[in-house]
Ligand binder design. Structure first.
Ligand code: FAD
Length: 518
């Protein structure tokens, strides 16, 4: 029984109420890896969102992949299977890595045990070129640092690097590189997964293709990602980083779309990174995602915001290496020629590659030092088809957001190309060739996050009423009907794959797709 499984960790009332799986002798090997002390339970019942708190019965600290296999098998083989959540770095919101009354696998403790470098290795293959084999529990910052030692790096990133490989591959992993290099899920050659039956399976585009596609963007529903083989390229050394300001949304998006239309992987005239962010009087001119504008310019930017209510900031970057700075300056000038930004509002920086990729870290540390990192984060992330982005601007940015006047976090707006995604994967995106990601990255107080939540609901309601074909990124749905709508034509295969790879619906209950507990 699971009581037997955990009996060695303490006879609390909590333990006595745990379900009773048959573990066939394997329990002895893992029984001491369960923890239920209040501090550990607290840790597993919190996430970056800090709004939902689900309490597991136990937290499992594996020291090997085999431990995770045994854990999942013990649930799968039981008459009363228990839920298993996988906590990468707990940086999702709304309890997605939690498991109410179940067991949470603490990948951070696994990471600590594998910090000897064994979990990230770099190699070369004659067919696919350079790659890194990386444990699913590893942080992207560590992947970056390890691969840079070989002069190499992955091409596709997230804005923030203190996220696990398993955590971002379960969503998509997007950033300003996505328009050109695709999301992180399309930069993976192969994975090892432990399915909901406790089977250890290697999958790729050559073998076990269905599981490979299911797990990428699969919200942790089909298996625990134990290893991912990530594509690498020679890393650039430096980055030319430019921001320009617009007051006209239509000119801003037209320019963004023009710039992302040049997107060949080897195309020299393409940018390496493109994003966009709103500047409004509710938020500071510089924010935790990066501080860019010189202090001496804050006043004139603020007066421009006062005049227009919202400014739109286009952010682009071009990597460079052996070339002199002069060359990259010329290249960027050519690329940005003819853009309709407000004259005189052009800002630039030259930074190292690692400084650019890790740009959010200093803001994080600053907020942490002020006790402002662990506040509630009622985030909303959306994908909007290009043809409806102007309607979204007038209905949401210019109406709901200005009217409610509560937005304090960064609001991101940037387009990407559908042809850089792979529709066979579980991730869901709009049907159009170009679509925008919108990220409302709110931070709130402990007493007012519901106001933000209400704003988020109003935005979704507006989209629904206006016929905007929105898809949520990092989706937060609570009914099967909403999930079926979210997945659309992929829903049937999502269900079939779930029945095939996790038939007892054990894995990642915090996504609230299948678990009847919620
Ligand atoms: P967790 O929160 O621990 O887990 C999230 C989900 O992933 C859970 O359902 C869990 O079951 C599943 N999961 C975790 N590990 C595994 C595994 N090994 N195998 C199978 N399933 C697993 N996302 C972007 O795409 N781009 C960004 O630029 C970006 N920036 C962010 C910035 C900040 C400050 C934060 C807090 C989040 C950001 N995100 C971004 C969102 C982030 O990618 C997701 O929330 C991601 O899931 C968090 O990773 P994690 O390791 O903390 O996962």
């Amino acid at each position: 029984t699971i009581t037997r499984l955990i009996s060695t960790v303490g006879e609390t009332e909590l333990w006595k109420t745990l379900p009773t799986p048959e573990i066939g002798g394997s329990g002895d090997k893992i029984s001491h890896k369960f923890h239920n002390d209040p501090e550990t339970i607290q840790m597993a019942s919190r996430d970056y969102g800090n709004m939902v708190h689900e309490f597991p019965r136990a937290v499992f600290g594996p020291s090997s992949i085999q431990d995770i296999v045994l854990l999942i098998k013990s649930s799968y083989n039981s008459d009363v299977p228990f839920n298993i959540g996988v906590r990468g770095h707990g940086h999702s919101t709304s309890g997605r890595a939690m498991a109410r009354d179940g067991v949470v696998v603490d990948m951070a403790s696994f990471r600590k045990q594998r910090n000897n470098g064994a979990a990230i290795s770099v190699s070369k293959d004659p067919l696919i070129g350079y790659y890194a084999d990386v444990g699913g529990e590893q942080l992207w910052i560590d992947v970056l640092q390890a691969t840079l030692q070989h002069g190499l790096a992955p091409l596709s990133w997230t804005d923030y690097l203190y996220l696990t490989v398993g955590g971002t591959l379960s969503n998509s992993g997007i950033s300003g590189q996505t328009f050109r290099y695709g999301p992180q899920i399309t930069n993976v050659h192969e994975m090892d997964l432990i399915t909901g039956k406790g089977e250890f399976v290697t999958c790729s585009s050559q073998k076990n293709l269905e599981l490979f596609h299911a797990a990428l963007g699969g919200l942790g529903q089909f298996g625990v990602i134990a290893r991912a083989r990530i594509a690498l390229e020679p890393a650039p050394k430096r980055v030319k980083w430019v921001r320009v300001l617009y007051s006209d949304f239509s000119a801003f998006t037209k320019d963004q779309e023009r710039l992302i239309s040049i997107n060949g992987r080897k195309q020299k005239t393409a940018l390496d990174f493109l994003e966009g962010v709103l500047l409004m009087h509710q938020g500071p001119i510089n924010n935790w995602r990066s501080s860019f504008f010189p202090l001496s310019d804050h006043r004139r930017i603020a007066s421009l915001i006062a005049k227009h209510n919202i400014l739109y900031c286009l952010e682009v970057a071009k990597y460079y290496d052996d070339q002199s700075e002069k060359n990259v300056n010329k290249e960027i000038q050519v690329m940005l020629q003819g853009l309709a930004y407000i004259p005189g509002f052009y800002y630039e920086k030259n930074v190292s590659y690692i400084e650019f990729l890790n740009r959010v870290r200093s803001g994080e540390l600053k907020l942490k030092s002020q006790g402002l990192w662990d506040v509630p984060h009622p985030w909303l992330n959306l994908f909007i088809p290009k043809s409806q982005i102007l309607d979204f601007n007038s209905g949401v940015f210019k109406d709901i957001i200005l009217k409610r006047n509560i937005t304090t976090g960064p609001v991101l707006v940037y387009p990407m190309n559908r042809n850089k995604w792979d529709d066979r994967m579980s991730a869901c995106i709009p049907e159009e060739d170009v679509f925008y990601t919108i990220g409302f990255l709110h931070s709130s107080g402990f007493d007012n996050w519901k106001e933000y939540d209400a704003q988020n609901r109003e935005i979704l309601e507006f989209c629904s009423n206006a016929g905007i074909k929105v898809k949520q990124y990092l989706p937060n749905h609570s009914t099967q009907e909403d999930w079926a709508n979210h997945f659309g034509s992929k829903w049937r295969s999502f269900l079939e794959r779930k029945h095939k790879f996790d038939p007892k619906m054990i894995l990642s209950p915090g996504q609230k797709i299948f678990d009847t507990n919620y």
